[in-house]
Design a binder for this molecule. Structure first.
Ligand SMILES: Nc1ncnc2c1ncn2[C@@H]1O[C@H](COP(=O)(O)OP(=O)(O)OP(=O)(O)O)[C@@H](O)[C@H]1O
Length: 239
């Protein structure tokens, strides 16, 4: 483990009623500690998961539009206002790693292609060929497999967006490999990924951000109820 705690520097914030400080989970945030190599952020759409993940990425020196320290490709880095108002506590500090969001993966792949014009050996780190020549899911998995054994912090925003349910299950093995030498923080809506057993889950839904058990998450409960009683739900939804 590397990142131990996030501390919000409330005293520096001038207007708590302005975005992003007015998002309920962020407003009530004081400190958030990390005690496992894998941490999930869960919560409703708009509950502030990406905002906090992006702020961590910003403080790590990663491109907040996706990528690592060295991946400063041209893509307007999205606003990272919260990043200036949090402090990260490390033990020990790492600088290696990256921030990955499914929607910016395309640009990341193009950036690697540009680097490969200068030095094709870079493809060795990405499955031997352009990420554009691999399917979205394949290239995503390739990228992570190449990080096995490296110390680093990996911040992933909804990685399931690129992955079929079967590949999401493969991704659980990838998370397990990554966390042997690295730390992984994942914002997700996937009830499959969330099942990874050696993780802590932070819930962004109600009140302050709090730990929640897998079986208590809405993601687990809704999916389970739906699969157990599909016809009841569909009747409610459609009729
Ligand atoms: N640039 C912005 N200006 C104002 N409000 C914003 C801005 N970007 C995001 N928000 C709002 O901040 C809130 C939190 O957004 P955020 O993207 O962090 O949510 P999230 O939990 O990651 O959601 P999702 O699961 O849909 O990805 C949302 O209500 C969103 O509309």
């Amino acid at each position: 483990m590397f990142l131990r705690e996030i501390i919000k520097m409330s005293e520096r914030i001038q207007n708590h009623n302005q975005y992003p400080f007015d998002i309920p989970s962020i407003k009530l945030l004081d400190r958030l500690s990390f005690r496992k190599n894998v941490t999930f952020f869960v919560g409703e759409n708009g509950s502030g998961k990406s905002t906090l993940l992006e702020a961590i990425a910003y403080q790590c020196g990663f491109n907040t539009a996706g990528g690592g320290r060295n991946n400063q490709y041209e893509l307007s880095a999205s606003e990272a206002k919260l990043g200036d108002f949090i402090r990260l506590s490390w033990m020990p500090k790492v600088t290696n790693g990256f921030f990955m969001r499914a929607e910016s993966f395309y640009n990341f792949a193009s950036y690697i292609d540009e680097l490969a014009i200068e030095d094709p050996r870079i493809y060795q780190n990405y499955g031997g060929k352009s990420l554009h020549e691999q399917s979205h899911g394949e290239s995503f998995l390739t990228l992570f497999k190449n990080r096995f054994g490296q110390k680093g912090i990996y911040l992933l925003d909804e990685p399931e967006a690129a992955l079929s349910p079967k590949r999401q299950l493969s991704f659980i093995s990838i998370i397990h490999e990554l966390q042997k030498s690295g730390q992984v923080i994942i914002a997700t809506h996937s009830p499959l990924l969330l099942a990874y057993p050696h993780a802590e889950i932070y819930n962004f839904n109600e009140g302050p951000i709090q730990l929640i058990k897998y079986e208590d998450t809405e993601h687990y409960q809704i999916t389970r109820r739906f699969l157990e009683n599909k016809h009841f739900y569909l009747n409610e939804l459609i009729d």
